[in-house]
Design a protein around this ligand. Structure first.
Ligand code: PMV
Length: 341
């Protein structure tokens, strides 16, 4: 392993059943199951290189070109677990060899675009390749960032919350491969690439501790999940879209019910929500769904046949360089970040 280097890429995933709230902070065990679609490898992704050398004195990590503290407990969790698995293989003592990790995203970090999901999934996968460790990696990625466990797989991925206190059954599994629904598309509207004010860890903790609506949410997520799995298997876009939007709305309602409240949506996010509903009403059919994570940026799910019209609509209501709401203040337009094919 001495002198070896490995580079991998891992894509972002966009949740349609949202993960929000932990029952175990250290092992990162969620209060509810969640479900997402993983984007294609050529779209939003993290790229990580890891080098191991007997010459290295310490483990070190660079994120988007800037050195960060490797003592971050989540990075430590991941490193320890990979090294533990490596040691179990009994391949000598190079498990203690120090590593240098270099990771970058091709999109804004910490702006509610699942950067930690792609980042940790990628780090775990790259370390596993370098150490020659096989086995279930979603369990390791989960200990870096919960949503990262879903980016370990492509297509439609369910993260089962699990029952056990040691987290060994809190794993991600693919429920349908990427090519199962070839006409499904995602558009990402970047409202802001600023770092969010309340990180998801802190936001979740406060929600679990204070939100009265959260209990209701925990009760309904299993039904949403079951209906969503069926909608994906049946390629039933209307049901898929309705639950996606209801899930996003409920997640942000729970954030608002947190005390003090957590605001991730902005006026522009709300204009996008109105635009989508107006379009669906005009079509007399649900043709587009929005979903927002812990940030103001919108992810729109739609079918291929609607992409051109919806892109036209976005450009009409949010023209590049427009002075709509906070974009004017920030001096930024809504950017249509991607149009995966
Ligand atoms: O993995 P974290 O801690 O970044 O959690 C993010 C959770 C959401 O993105 C808001 C929802 C989800 O399921 O991805």
């Amino acid at each position: 392993m001495d002198g070896k280097c490995c580079t991998c890429r891992a894509p972002v995933n966009i949740a349609v059943i949202k993960y929000w709230g932990k029952r175990d902070e250290k092992l990162i065990l969620p209060v509810n199951s969640s479900l997402s679609a993983t984007l294609g490898m050529d779209e939003l992704h993290a790229k990580t290189s890891v080098a191991a050398s007997s010459q290295f004195k310490d483990d070190r990590i660079w994120l988007n070109g800037k050195e960060e503290s490797v003592s971050n407990p989540r990075i430590q969790n991941v490193l320890k677990e990979i090294r533990r698995r490596y040691a179990q293989k009994g391949d000598g003592d190079s498990a203690v060899m120090k590593v240098h990790i270099c990771s970058e995203n091709n999109f804004p970090t910490a702006a509610g675009l699942a950067s930690s999901a792609a980042g940790y999934a990628c780090m775990v996968y790259t370390l596993a390749r370098l150490y020659g460790v096989d086995g279930e990696l979603s369990e390791v990625a989960r200990q870096g960032s919960g949503s990262a466990c879903r980016s370990v797989y492509g297509g439609f991925v369910l993260w089962e919350k699990g029952q056990r206190s040691d987290g060994t059954d809190s794993l991600a599994k693919q429920i349908a491969p990427a090519d199962h629904w070839p006409a499904l598309r995602i558009l990402i509207l970047v409202v802001s690439d600023q770092k969010k004010q309340v990180g998801s860890t802190e936001g979740m903790q406060t929600t679990v501790a204070t939100s009265e609506l959260m209990q209701r949410r925990i009760e309904v997520v299993p039904q949403h999940t079951e209906q969503m799995i069926k909608a994906i298997k049946d390629r039933d876009f209307e049901t898929f879209a309705r639950i996606t939007m209801q899930e996003s709305n409920q997640f942000h309602a729970v954030c608002l019910d947190t005390y003090p409240p957590v605001f991730y949506l902005t006026d522009t996010s709300r204009l996008i929500i109105q635009m989508v509903h107006a379009y669906n009403t005009m079509c007399e059919k649900t043709r587009v769904a929005y979903t927002f994570d812990a940030g103001p940026n919108a992810c729109l799910y739609l079918m291929e046949e609607d992409v051109a019209r919806v892109v036209g609509l976005v450009n009409h209501f949010f023209p590049p360089g427009s002075d709509t709401s906070e974009n004017f203040v920030r001096g930024r337009p809504v950017t249509l970040l991607e149009q995966p094919s």
